[in-house]
Design a protein around this ligand. Structure first.
Ligand SMILES: NC(=O)c1ccc[n+]([C@@H]2O[C@H](COP(=O)([O-])OP(=O)(O)OC[C@H]3O[C@@H](n4cnc5c(N)ncnc54)[C@H](O)[C@@H]3O)[C@@H](O)[C@H]2O)c1
Length: 344
C-alpha cells in the first residue's frame, strides 16, 4: 500500500473491471489496493495480472477497511444501489458504472445517500470521455456549426454474446434502452440539454429469447427548439457503433466512437472562388477509444484530490435514467410523454 496515493478498490473483475483496474494502475495518484469478484477465476486473474495483495470474493470485507479511499463498482446494474450505498455510508468515494440504476427509485436513493454522506459519487457515463464526442461537443460549444436544430445518436450493439455472467442483462427489468441506450441518451443530453418530451416505438424481432424489445426509436424535444432522435438495437447484424450526427444552421458533425476521424461540414471556409460551401467535409483525426475509462478514472481521482464536485454527478446519472425510463414507458403505452427530472 502506498500512503501518498488514493487507495482504490475495484469491485467486479470482468473485462470491463480489468479496464478500470488498468486505468487505476496508470494513474500516478492512485493505487490499486484491492480487487473483488464473487467468481474466483475472474478474481485470481485480476489479482495475478495486477499483482494486488488484497483480493476478496465478498465486497463487504472492503466496506469497513479503513485503508480504502475510493471504490469503482463494475458489477451488474442490479447491484449498483446496494454497493454504492454500503461504500458511501462507510465514508468512501464511489465511481459507479452506468447506468446509475435501472429505475428512478434506486437513483433517488443513491442521490439521497450521496447528499447525506457528502462523499463523491461519479457515474461512469464514459461517452463524455470518448475523444470523438469530446471534440464534437467542443465544436458545437464554439458556435462553429451555428445553432443546433437536430441531433441524433444510435447504440447499435449485438447482444448475442453479451448476456453478462449469470445472464443479468437478459432480465425483464434491464431494458436494452436503459442498459445500452443510456450511452446515446447521455451523449445527447450532454450536448443538447435535457429533453422535455418523448415519443417512442419499439419492436422485438431479432433476440427472441430475450425478455425485452431489442429495437427502440425515440424522438425527443430538446431545449431551444432542437429536436432529436435515439435509435437502439441490440439485435442488429452489424458491428458495434454509436454513430452520432449533430446538425447546426452553419454546419454538421458526423462522428462515432469507432472511427479514427470525425467529419465536419462548415460554411466558415470560403472556396477559392469566394463562394461559401459546406460540400467538402474536413476529416479531423481522433483516437479511437470508445471505453475511455482511463480518462474517466483520471477525472474521478483529480476531483477527489482537489476537492472538486463530481465530474458526472448523481443528478446527471439519474437524469439520463429518467429519460431512458420514460422512453421505455412511451414505447410500451404508445403515447407521447413529458419527461420529469429528479431534484437534487
Ligand atoms: N461503460 C461502458 O461502456 C460499459 C461497458 C460494459 C459494461 N458496463 C457496465 O459495467 C457493469 C458490469 O458489466 P460487465 O459487462 O462487466 O458484466 P459481466 O457480467 O461481464 O461482469 C460482472 C462481474 O461482476 C461480478 N459480480 C457479480 N456479482 C458480484 C458481487 N455480488 N460481488 C462482486 N462481484 C460480483 C461477476 O462475477 C462478473 O465478473 C454493468 O453495470 C454494465 O452496465 C459499462
Amino acid at each position: 500500500m502506498e500512503k501518498n496515493k488514493l487507495n482504490i478498490a475495484v469491485i467486479g473483475s470482468s473485462a470491463m473491471g480489468i479496464s478500470h483496474m488498468k486505468g487505476v494502475v496508470n494513474n500516478k495518484n492512485a493505487n490499486l489496493y484491492a480487487v473483488c469478484d464473487i467468481d474466483n477465476e475472474a478474481l485470481n486473474e485480476a489479482k495475478t495480472k495486477y499483482n494486488v495483495d488484497i483480493a476478496v470474493q465478498d465486497y463487504k470485507e472492503l466496506v469497513n477497511d479503513k485503508n480504502v479511499d475510493a471504490v469503482i463498482i463494475v458489477t451488474p446494474d442490479q447491484l449498483h444501489l446496494e454497493m454504492t450505498k454500503a461504500f458511501l455510508e462507510a465514508g468512501k468515494h464511489v465511481l459507479c458504472e452506468k447506468p446509475m440504476a435501472l429505475n428512478m427509485m434506486e437513483c433517488e436513493e443513491m442521490m439521497r445517500i450521496q447528499h447525506q454522506t457528502g462523499n463523491m459519487l461519479m457515474i461512469g457515463q464514459v461517452c463524455r470521455c470518448t475523444p470523438a464526442f469530446i471534440m464534437a461537443k467542443e465544436i458545437v460549444d464554439s458556435g462553429r456549426i451555428g445553432d443546433l436544430f437536430f441531433v441524433e445518436s444510435e447504440y447499435a450493439h449485438n447482444y448475442e454474446n453479451a448476456e453478462g455472467k449469470n445472464s443479468w442483462r437478459k432480465t425483464p427489468e434491464r431494458s436494452s434502452f436503459i442498459g445500452g441506450g443510456c450511452h446515446a441518451v447521455d451523449l445527447l443530453r450532454w450536448i443538447a440539454g435535457d429533453p422535455t418530451e418523448v415519443t417512442a416505438y419499439s419492436n422485438h424481432k431479432c433476440m427472441l429469447d430475450w425478455p425485452t424489445d431489442d429495437c427502440v426509436i425515440a424522438i425527443y424535444k430538446f431545449p431551444n427548439n432542437v429536436i432529436g432522435k435515439v435509435f437502439v438495437s441490440t439485435g442488429c447484424r452489424r458491428d458495434y457503433t454509436m454513430r452520432t450526427v449533430l446538425y447546426g444552421t452553419r454546419g454538421t458533425i458526423i462522428c462515432d466512437n469507432t472511427s479514427p476521424e470525425i467529419y465536419l461540414y462548415t460554411m466558415d471556409e470560403p472556396l477559392a472562388d469566394g463562394k461559401i460551401s459546406y460540400t467538402h467535409p474536413q476529416k479531423l483525426p481522433v483516437n479511437i477509444n470508445n471505453h475511455n475509462v482511463g480518462a474517466e478514472i483520471d477525472q474521478f481521482v483529480d476531483a477527489i484530490i482537489n476537492g472538486n464536485t463530481s465530474p458526472v454527478s448523481p443528478l446527471e446519472g439519474a437524469s439520463t435514467v429518467a429519460v431512458c425510463c420514460r422512453t421505455v414507458e412511451s414505447a410500451a403505452i404508445g403515447s407521447t410523454l413529458k419527461i420529469n427530472y429528479p431534484v437534487y
